[in-house]
Design a protein around this ligand. Sequence first.
Ligand code: HEM
Length: 400
Amino acid sequence: MLRSLIALLLTVTFTSFVSAQEATPPTSDRSATGGAQTLEDILARQRGEQVESTARDPATLGDGAPSSGQLGTLGGVSDAEMWSKVRHDTANITASNNGPAATVLVQDRGMWWLTFREGPLLTYGLYLLGGTIILLAVFLLIRGRIRIDGARTGRTIERFKAIERFGHWLLAGSFILLGITGLVSLAGRKYLIPTFGHESFAVLATWSKWIHNNVSWAFMIALVMIFVMWVIHNLPDRTDIKWILKGGGIFGGGHPPAKKFNAGQKLIFWSVIVLGTSISVSGLSLLFPFEMPMFAVTFEKLNAFGIPQALGLGELRTALAPHEEMQYAQLWHAIVSFVLMAIIIAHIYIGSVGMEGAFDAMGSGEVEEQWAREHHSLWVEEVREREGVPRRGQGSQPAE
Ligand code: HEM
């Protein structure tokens, strides 16, 4: 009797356990998805609940296309091998005629680029600009404005012709616009959207992009103009060594002799030309996506010279996806732009508040002769000689 009772109890318990296991979990209404899982199903699974899973069963899904051949549509089935190939860019993908980038479906270095762009690039870039402004303010406090030391003569001397000033202001105006609109694009998501909201930023970003893309041509034209007009005056010579050794006379002791451009200005000129060209080329590759890949070839050359290895970086990867080329172009474009912006902030300072009499050179084109003698003594002698006026100390001085 007792045995029969135990057997009955065991049977009842086991049967109810099995039926609990086999009970079909509640199913949400799947009519809207044609039988596939719904958002409720996914959320329920995330909560740890059992969800009816026939929709995920490979046997009931797929369009019958073989998973080992060309990519067929397999419904919700996850084909590990296929995704692995897609992930590593080795899948045999037939793209419509949309360019080389169309065949890359997954490019996971994108996250590294995104976080670097929003993180260190933006942060250190802004520190660089802010730090430059602070240093200049400190310099102004310590040194004060660089004044014209001697008495003004009342005479002026032509420093830049109208075409030179046009080239300079085209370059300056376009660079400032490009700098501001570039910063809007870079810092927008992090700083401007939280402050002004999505709607206002969308308008600002649209305009910024339009200005940035189109004004870039003015910058490139101006860059060529100033190169052609001024390169002859910016070739290094012996006077530069003396000028540098005397620190440009910046902390007193008299300004060392200089021709049309002193060593400091030559440095600015070549920075503008070299960095400006680099910004222009990387900008063009951003303007025409995937048309001008240049980083893989550059990395190959650097590897061949052993430069990254010497810096402890190891060999740089040279098999870059087209998107990666674009990401490197964007980073390079922004990094070099930050460096040039910092240099130009210093240039704007010295060409305006930092030095008495300097702005006239790019304003009217005429500078006070005393200013010219103090900062560019050799150039003044050259100009006066061309005009038939003997050098100082040779023959009679012009009537003053
Ligand atoms: C509002 C801003 C600017 C002011 C007030 C300014 C002022 C000046 C002045 C006064 C000169 C002539 C210096 C001399 O007589 O020797 C000059 C030259 C020059 N500027 Fe500017 N500039 C400005 C913006 C820019 C920008 C944005 C660039 C380039 C992106 C630039 C590039 C140059 C170059 C390459 C020279 C010749 C080399 C030199 O004098 O350093 N300038 N600028």
